[in-house]
Design a protein around this ligand. Structure first.
Ligand SMILES: Cc1cc2nc3c(=O)[nH]c(=O)nc-3n(C[C@H](O)[C@H](O)[C@H](O)COP(=O)(O)OP(=O)(O)OC[C@H]3O[C@@H](n4cnc5c(N)ncnc54)[C@H](O)[C@@H]3O)c2cc1C
Length: 387
């Protein structure tokens, strides 16, 4: 559109309605997935996203759905991860039907490998507690692992194979969630920043944007690493902090391996169906510095070559970084708060892609019925006050 003097006028992204049943702060996978599940129940939802829905951590992730590889032991995190992983096959079909977007769900399995004695011991401990719970896994010698994945390097001494762990393409997932939510009736205010959650006498009444107020019966905080920066959101900045992760995309043509490969605490390789290998990652507490560094890349690429020596000749296509919403105990922050009508869906750290489906279901159930369907106690913000 052009004004009388010929200057380009960009349309203001959608007008702010006077009120909404639920205002969701943040349009990452978490905000969009919650919006989808609420809109499907006939709830009026408005997602406020300061940039582009899904463009932060949710599009930057590696996309592993790997609760067995990730969990350090049995507990609420493992239970939630397994529940969410089980939701993915039907979610992939649902999102494809709703939007035409293939989220790239593949039950590729994860080979968690050992390169050192310490890795060996850690895998051994993991095998014992998971086997005791009847979880599906296989212990492999280095040679048995190489028989399964021929390009695995000679440095791999042993492995655990988690056949049920899987992967998605997070960028496609984020796009599909936002489009499905919009198709189900959720409203999106893009390019709008939430400054403050408004409250009156201990009850959330809406959100203050840059220049507008949106009244809401319920406010959901789904602002990822930035949750602590929204005034009145009930999330101290010390509770959810940014943990930078750097990633590299490597191209292989044709694909040279098919399982996700990981070394606990050091990194991973995620092979996509199209031959792209996503290699990661770092965990860095450097605030909101969105940089890719020489040291970060060097460590990632060295591990990539050790795991799959054939990658030495593969071209590097792209590198990027973003921020995992980190909490000290690595559990998300979910559910009701001391402020009536203020609900949290944040702090998913390195498992937000995995946990988005179950989080959305639980938060939508909590808002609509008052019952999340499972105990959100371990994920309550109250745990930080008690600590
Ligand atoms: C390198 C890396 C690798 C990862 N790998 C995996 C993986 O393999 N598997 C897995 O399960 N997870 C992984 N994760 C973690 C996962 O990406 C996150 O846990 C998840 O994306 C968090 O989703 P979110 O919606 O809470 O946050 P985000 O996607 O960051 O979305 C938050 C949104 O809120 C918006 N926002 C913030 N403040 C405001 C405001 N005041 N007003 C309006 N909008 C606001 C932001 O613009 C942003 O779009 C990885 C993360 C990284 C960085």
């Amino acid at each position: 559109m052009a004004s009388d003097d010929g200057a380009l006028i960009l349309p203001r992204d959608s007008a702010v309605p006077a009120s909404t049943d639920v205002a969701i702060i943040g349009g990452g996978v978490m905000g969009c997935a919650v919006a989808l599940r609420l809109a499907q129940r006939g709830v009026g939802v408005t997602v406020i996203e300061r940039g582009i829905p899904g463009a932060e951590a949710s599009s930057a992730a590696a996309g592993m759905l790997a609760p067995q590889m990730e969990a350090d032991g049995p507990g609420p995190m493992l239970d939630m991860g397994l529940r969410s992983r089980a939701l993915y096959p039907s979610l992939a079909v649902e999102l494809d039907e709703a939007t035409g977007i293939d989220i790239g769900y593949v039950k590729s399995g994860v080979l968690a490998v050992a390169l050192t004695d310490d890795d060996d011991r850690a895998l051994g401990a993991r095998r014992i507690w998971q086997a005791a719970r009847g979880m599906r896994l296989e212990a492999l010698s280095g040679d048995a692992a190489r028989a399964r994945e021929a390009e695995l390097g000679p440095a791999v001494r042993s492995a655990l194979y988690f056949a049920d762990d899987a992967q998605v393409n997070p960028r496609a997932l984020a796009r599909a969630f936002s489009q499905a939510a919009a198709a189900a009736g959720a409203r999106f205010l893009q390019g709008r920043y939430v400054r403050r959650v408004c409250t009156q006498a201990g009850i959330a009444t809406g959100v203050e944007l840059d220049g507008d107020t949106l009244n809401a019966g319920t406010v959901v905080v789904a602002a990822g690493s930035w949750s602590g920066l929204v005034e009145g959101a009930g999330v101290p900045p010390s509770v959810v902090r940014p943990a930078r992760g750097q990633l590299v995309a490597i191209e292989t043509r044709p694909p040279v391996f098919k399982h996700v490969l990981s070394v606990q605490g050091r990194g991973y390789l995620v092979p996509r169906r199209d031959g792209t290998v996503v290699a990661g990652s770092t965990v860095e507490m450097v605030g909101f510095r969105k940089e890719v560094t020489v040291g970060g890349l060097a460590g990632i690429l060295e591990l990539a070559q050790t795991l799959v020596p054939a990658l030495a000749n593969a071209p590097v296509m792209q590198s990027w970084s973003n921020f995992r919403p980190y909490t000290e105990d690595h559990l998300p922050v979910l559910g009701a708060t001391a402020v009536q009508g203020l609900v949290l869906a944040t702090g998913h750290y390195r498992n937000g892609i995995l946990l988005a489906p179950v989080t959305a279901q639980a938060i939508a159930d909590l808002i609509v019925t008052g019952n999340a369907g499972f105990d959100l106690g371990p994920f309550s913000i109250e745990r930080f006050a008690r600590a």
